[in-house]
Design a protein around this ligand. Structure first.
Ligand SMILES: [Fe+2]
Length: 221
């Protein structure tokens, strides 16, 4: 999720050239490749079927960062969603407005090799690999739009509650399936460490209860 638009970011989202093409360096493409190949090893059998199906539909390249239009064309066809290029950090108003319009915000930068395992700000790998597969699922796509509509009409206090709900679902949600517990949260599925941890013995897991989620402060929103 996007956070405080006032907080300075060390990353700058890339602008497209006149043909609408975003250029990345070889190192940035290699970072994508290392991230996607590492993550594809851990998501089978751990992510929910809807997510894995979405990944198949997206058919993301391994050796280069995809252009946003490649992702948008699949989302448009499946659920009428798109991805939208945004600066590294955006405010809540913009964030909810985009979701309400079936547009998922993506900051077009990728983490530096020094921050390969963890970075504070959501980069293009997190947004596309973590979140876009679920947006090919009609029920999830509708839920996310509804979330944006509610957020647009919410007071600042209500928005803080909505941010918690997002944290416990879109970012870190797990789901019980006939085959066992699976992951659908993009914050988990874009990190190998989180993917293994979330289904392991260490974390305390609770059945989803909307009120509990709304009442539980999160580390960050
Ligand atoms: Fe996210």
């Amino acid at each position: 999720m996007k956070k405080d638009a006032k907080k300075p970011s060390k990353y700058v989202a890339r602008q497209p050239d006149e043909q609408g093409f975003i250029q990345y360096s070889d190192i940035e493409h290699q970072t994508w490749q290392r991230l996607i190949e590492r993550q594809l090893k851990v998501v089978p059998g751990r992510a929910c079927d809807e997510y894995l199906h979405g990944l198949e539909l997206l058919d993301l390249p391994h050796d280069r960062i995809p252009q946003l239009e490649e992702v948008s064309s699949v989302l448009r066809r499946e659920t009428g969603w798109e991805v939208a290029r945004v600066p590294a950090l955006i405010g809540f108003e913009t964030f909810f407005g985009l979701l309400a319009d079936r547009k998922f915000p993506v900051a077009t930068f990728i983490r530096t090799p020094e921050e390969f395992d963890y970075l504070q700000e959501p980069d293009i790998f997190h947004e596309i690999f973590g979140h876009c597969a679920m947006l090919t699922n009609p029920a999830f796509a509708n839920f996310t739009q509804k979330y944006g509509q509610l957020g647009l009409n919410a007071t600042p206090k209500e928005r803080a509650y909505l941010a918690r709900l997002y944290w416990f679902t879109v970012e870190f949600g797990l789901i019980n399936t006939a085959d066992g517990l699976r992951i659908y949260g993009g914050g988990i599925l874009s990190s190998p460490k989180e993917t293994l941890y979330a289904l392991g013995h260490e974390p305390e897991r609770y059945d989803f209860d909307a009120l509990d989620a709304l009442r539980t402060p999160t580390a960050s929103i």
